[in-house]
Design a protein around this ligand. Structure first.
Ligand code: TEU
Ligand code: CA
Length: 554
């Protein structure tokens, strides 16, 4: 097997917000093509492109109406094939988004399915009769607020949707559904696509007993269903393995102790998974307000979770490493300092992530230290935010508007979806017209052009880290050991390969912190550092200071 992705750094593009070339305010495929040289300069090896298929855009393309057609909003199929070819010429791989837990309700399969109980597509989705009192088949919730069931008048049944009601869940029990999906994957393979990021792939198998959840409208019982491994293995045998396509599956419920079941090469399921555990260290668990119940982030918890994944997958799987994506806020705004120490903080997070064993994923704008905007509630676009606002603030009234907005400013998905900030011209160089979603008003100072001219360039720092991933065997192969795990501010670990030891140190506070005494005595060289004037290990760590120091094993 060709494990090219182990030495690779991926870059995620959220096409709507990346680069608009035809002046309609929406990013497009030609906009990605135009920026290939930029991405090449950054040094990334593969691009994961969020969905660009035909879609009514209820969930920004995660609601697909036709898997084989590019949405005219983004361009056309020819342009996509061209993009794949041009990326390949530049030695970059293309990974598409595979959204096959659900489709759009506009997908022809669903349009047919809802017509009757006895047609070819009837069982493509999950339909159930109402309870005798007319209510939903069970109390499951949708991630976007309210019930996971919606009544369909024409069919006189409820259908299941883990997300918006316009995103009906597919019925993977039906072999025809699976073979349609595999065919679609082969179609894109024939166009040159190198792999897949798999949207909530761990939700494809449903618990067919449909047991009620302990609390209504929650989303337990929606992950890791009874046939999940079987379906994923089948997909591996049908498509991934024979066509050597890379796969990284989204796995919200995986724990470090069971994650290997999806990525152990011998099991022939997936290459990597995106896990969520480390992203929940600022969440109050089990709270009535779900993801909106926040607490200050717990650094020791973050370190221990990342460390346990390093340990558990070592030798039997491979980690996907990330802090940001289109569902996550800007990390420096969420867990750090996006003002006084914006450069230091952005590079500190980058250092600890890229120093780990696994494959790093950089999300557009992360490489220039973009930040969360603080919009008013009605300025956001996201269906998740709107649905949850309706549910928690308006209906349940378990959280006040003020508290909800404070959480939104920290974690809502739209934080990462503001248009890419290319320069300080009108509309940030993203578009000639007003973009589909508000720009972060800080674009005149935070943008690619300004960053590249700055002495403190986040981009240049990423460039160096990415180069290290390519050249240093230690980063791919070296053993990992977490040090000082309960230290509340410093994230310090060690990577060892043959006789070389690298110490990765980062201070996640805006105060000076002591470098532990035994590390002060080390002799060696700096591999990378975000305070250029640092010369020895003897100083304390400045606010958000990060560095990698290489020594020989003694
Ligand atoms: O996200 C799946 C997922 O688990 C989300 O519910 C996530 O926990 C939440 O959005 C965090 O706030 C995937 C896609 O990445 C997301 O963009 C889609 O909306 C969702 O699936 C449905 O396709
Ligand atoms: Ca456009």
């Amino acid at each position: 097997m060709n494990d090219w992705w182990k030495k690779a750094v991926f870059y995620q593009i959220y096409p709507k917000s990346f680069n608009d070339t035809n002046g309609d305010g929406v990013g497009d495929i030609n906009g990605i093509r135009e920026k290939l040289p930029y991405l090449k300069e950054l040094g990334v090896d593969a691009l994961w492109i969020s969905p660009i298929y035909l879609s009514p855009q209820i969930d920004n393309g995660y609601d697909i109406a036709d898997y084989r057609t590019i949405d005219p909003m983004f361009g056309n199929n020819e342009e996509m094939y061209q993009l794949i070819e041009e990326a390949h010429q530049k030695k970059m791989k293309i990974v598409m988004d595979f959204v096959a837990n659900h489709t759009s309700d506009q997908c022809i399969w669903f349009q047919e399915s809802r017509k009757s109980k006895e047609n070819y597509f009837s069982d493509f989705y999950i339909w159930k009769d109402a309870k005798s009192d007319g209510s939903e088949p069970n109390n499951w919730g949708s991630s976007f607020g309210g019930s996971a069931w919606t009544w369909d008048d024409s069919r006189q049944q409820y259908y299941l949707h883990y997300y918006a009601k316009e995103q009906p869940d597919l019925n993977w029990e039906n072999p025809n559904v699976r073979s349609y999906i595999y065919d679609m994957m082969r179609f894109w393979k024939s166009k040159g696509v190198d792999g897949w990021r798999m949207d909530v792939v761990t939700s494809i198998s449903k618990d067919l007993d449909f047991p009620d959840n302990p609390r209504p409208f929650t989303t337990e019982n929606q992950q890791n269903g009874p046939r999940m491994h079987e379906f994923i293995h089948e997909m591996n045998q049908e498509v991934l393995k024979p066509f050597s396509m890379m796969s990284v599956g989204e796995s919200p419920a995986a724990k470090s102790t069971d994650g290997y079941l999806l990525v152990d090469p011998q099991r022939e399921e997936l290459d990597m998974i995106f896990t969520f555990e480390h992203m929940h260290v600022d969440r109050v668990k089990g709270d009535v307000n779900g993801r909106w119940a926040l607490k200050p982030m717990d650094l020791p918890a973050l370190k221990k979770i990342l460390a346990s994944w390093q340990k558990e997958l070592r030798g039997r799987g491979w980690n996907a490493l990330y802090f940001e994506n289109h569902d996550r806020a800007r990390i420096i705004s969420r867990w750090g300092n996006d003002e006084e120490y914006r450069f230091e903080c952005a590079t500190a997070f980058a250092t600890v992530l890229h120093g780990l064993q696994g494959t790093p994923f950089v999300y557009q704008g992360e490489e220039i230290g973009m930040t969360n905007p603080k919009f008013a509630i009605d300025e956001y676009e996201d269906v998740e935010l709107r649905g949850n606002y309706e549910f928690y603030v308006k209906q349940q009234q378990t959280i006040s508007e003020k508290e909800f907005l404070a959480a939104v400013h920290k974690i809502t998905r739209d934080n990462a979806r503001t248009p890419m900030q290319w320069d300080d011209s009108q509309n940030a160089g993203f578009s000639e017209v007003t973009p589909w979603f508000k720009l972060n008003p800080n674009y005149p100072t935070i943008n690619v052009a300004a960053d590249q001219l700055s002495k403190k360039s986040v981009f240049n720092y990423y460039q160096k880290l990415i180069e290290l991933r390519h050249t240093e065997e230690l980063l791919t192969e070296g053993e990992f050991e977490l040090l000082y795990e309960d230290d509340p501010t410093n994230f310090i670990y060690k990577r060892t390969y043959r006789d070389t030891v690298w110490y990765v140190l980062a201070n996640f506070s805006d105060q000076e912190q002591i470098v532990p005494e035994e590390l002060q005595k080390l002799e060696g060289t700096f591999i990378i550092k975000n305070y250029s004037d640092r010369q020895t290990m003897q100083n304390s760590l400045a606010p958000y200071e990060a560095l990698i120091f290489a020594t020989k094993e003694t």
